[in-house]
Structure formats: C-alpha cells, structure tokens
Design a protein around this ligand. Structure first.
Ligand code: SF4
Length: 356
C-alpha cells in the first residue's frame, strides 16, 4: 500500500468499501497469526514520571494525583496470578520514574523468570542503553516504546524534553532496542490535535519500515488536567484526524495489512471508547492480543493516563473473565504459550542464518 492508498482508506466513508477493509484485515490476521488471542497480564508499576507530555494524566506537573510505586512483592504476586490464569506473558509498564532503577527492574525480571515461564515485556519509556542491555540480560523478552507520531514538529510540541540536551529520537531508540535483541513494539496516538491524515499515513508506513513485531494504536483521549486536554473546544484544523473509535479501527486494520505477522493488541483506549464492544471490535479489525489489567486495585485508578480508563475498578479476576468472555463471544480461542510474534521468530531465524 502506498501513501496515497493509505490516505484514501483513512478518509473513505463508512459503507461497503470500509467493510471490505475490515474483512481483508481479518483474513490477513487469520492467515498470519491465527485465531488464538494471546493474553498479556498488565502491571502498572509506577505513576511517577519525570516527563511532562502535554496529553498525559500522570505527567510530572499534574499535582492533583497521588503518586505510587509498586513493591517487588506486589509485582511477584501479579506475576503468579498471570501464570495461574494461564497467561503467556506479563507487561511491566510505568512512567519514566527514576525510582524504577536498573537494579530494581533487573531483580524483578530475574525473580519473575525464576518462578514462572512468562515472557516479559517492558514498557518503561526512554531509558539509558545500559539499562536496556541489563534488563535484556536479566531475561526481558520484549520492549514497547511508542513513537506516537512521525511528525517531528508535532512530537516535539507534545513531548517537551526534560532540558535542551535531551531532545529524543524514538525511531533511533527503537532500532537500538532491536539491535539489543528485544522483540520490539511501537505505536501511535490517533487524532491528537495537530495530526493530519498525511501524518497518520506516514505513521502507518513507518510500522513496516521499522519492521515492528508489536504494534499498539489507540485514539487520543483528552485528559482535562493536561495542557492539551484543557485546550479542547477550539476549531480543529481542516485536515485534522478525528480521535474516534472508528478511526482507531481503521488504523488497526491498516497496521495488520501492512505488518501481517505482528502482534497487535485490541487496546484499552478502544475499550474505553466503547465499554461494551470496543475490545471485541478491535479483535475483529485485525487485533490478536488483549491485555487484562492485573495491577493491584488500590493503584489502578491512580494510573490515569486518560480519564475513565476501562477496567480501572475491576479485580484481576474480573479483567481475566471479561477477556475470556469477549474472546469466546466472537468465536476465537485463547492463545497458549508465550505468544511470540511470528514476525519476530522469522527475524530471529534470518539473523541466525546470516550469522551461521
Ligand atoms: S506519556 Fe509516558 S513519559 Fe509522557 S508523561 Fe505520561 S508516563 Fe510520562
């Protein structure tokens, strides 16, 4: 698909043509990653963050929330639950919290690996290369770092650097993560103010250029206690992408068509925009992963990156049961094992061949 065709799909009116996009994505999903839906237990480690991203509810300057950092024992309990529930992997996610040190995360990984067979995905933001290497050596399997938008000016506007020396290049970071050996994932926000259809089409093409093994996309949901959320209400620019569930589903389908072997979650943002059917719709538009939230309930509502996040009051058991129900409701099966992306396994075989 070239740029022009991607833009056409993003702008195509609802109706038979758009239905055909959904059917094509679903067929490609079935042919490449099958009917199994893999479950990743999500643990939100900390809502402390050094950064001040303009859209994020846990940004440093939001003083209206209580801050927390989970304990090692609490994470180990979550990991045990994930294993007992039959999940194949655990996602450890957090803000850029200096208290989530190289040593703390390394110890967590080592201890989880010692007591379970879970694959471990880290989503801990922009970190030092030495930290990424240490965590990989400790046994971490995957790393998620969203580039959010390929429009550099827009990225810089919504991600102010900590100081003038720290302007970041997430595309280069993703390549570094791949070179360290992580199964690497990224993704974007859809409909963030200032994002045009051309921007979004370039984002989608970049998924393929980066050769990603995991892709996470979700509509931008404004948080009123953020600078970007507080700006809402003005006249949007002419070519502004809408931050709707429907646009989220189109992007998900295009991501599946462009990266057939990637693991693609039906994200919490989709479930937040439609509590009843958002997650199931994501699975029908190309997704093959869901991430039930296992974070201890006392922390759940404090990790409010956007408001009214789905599952923020559910226990781990309720999150698991809801996921099982939704998967069964659409006639799909529960994934067994770690659920490594076929794309990543293929990359691994190719690089071993080259080395051999
Ligand atoms: S988006 Fe991530 S890095 Fe930015 S403020 Fe939120 S948690 Fe921190």
């Amino acid at each position: 698909m070239d740029h022009k065709e991607i833009v056409q799909w993003l702008k195509c009116p609802p109706g038979p043509a758009l239905d055909s996009l959904k059917a094509r994505a679903d067929k490609i999903r079935q042919e490449n990653v099958g009917d199994a839906v893999h479950l990743r237990g999500l643990v939100e480690l900390s809502n402390i963050c050094n950064r001040n991203c303009l859209y994020c509810g846990i940004r440093r300057d939001n003083h209206s929330i209580s801050r927390y950092r989970i304990t090692t024992d609490e994470v180990l309990e979550c990991a045990q639950k994930a294993a007992d529930f039959g999940f194949g992997s655990l996602v450890l996610q957090g803000g850029e919290d200096p208290g989530l040190t190289k040593e703390f995360i390394s110890e967590l990984i080592t201890r989880i690996k010692a007591k379970t067979h879970l694959a471990i995905t880290l989503s801990l933001g922009e970190r030092e290369v030495s930290e990424w290497v240490a965590w990989r050596n400790a046994g971490a399997d995957r790393y998620l770092l969203r580039f959010e938008t390929s429009n550099r000016a827009l990225f810089d506007r919504i991600h102010p650097p900590i100081n003038e020396h720290t302007a970041c290049d997430r595309i280069a970071m993703l390549k570094t993560l791949q070179s360290i050996g992580y199964e690497t994932g990224s993704g974007v926000m859809i409909g963030v103010p200032g994002q045009t259809y051309d921007d979004l089409a370039r984002d989608i093409a970049l998924f393929a250029e980066l050769d990603l093994s995991m892709i996470g996309v979700g509509p931008y949901i404004p948080h009123p206690q953020t600078p970007l959320g507080a700006e809402q209400g003005g006249q949007p620019m002419a070519d502004q992408v809408p931050n709707t569930l429907e646009m989220g589903l189109r992007v998900l389908a295009l991501a599946r068509i462009i990266c057939p072997g990637a693991n693609i979650p039906s994200t919490t943002a989709l479930a937040t925009l439609d509590r009843q059917a958002g997650r199931e719709m994501g699975l029908c538009w190309g997704a093959n992963v869901v991430m039930p939230n296992l974070t201890p309930l006392k922390y759940r509502q404090l990790y409010e990156i956007y408001p009214s996040k789905a599952a923020s009051t559910e226990t781990a058991e309720q999150s698991r049961d809801a996921a099982f129900r939704q998967i069964e409701h659409i006639g799909r099966s529960i994934g067994q094992g770690r659920g490594d992306s076929p794309h990543h396994l293929q990359q691994h075989i190719s690089s071993n061949r080259k080395e051999g």
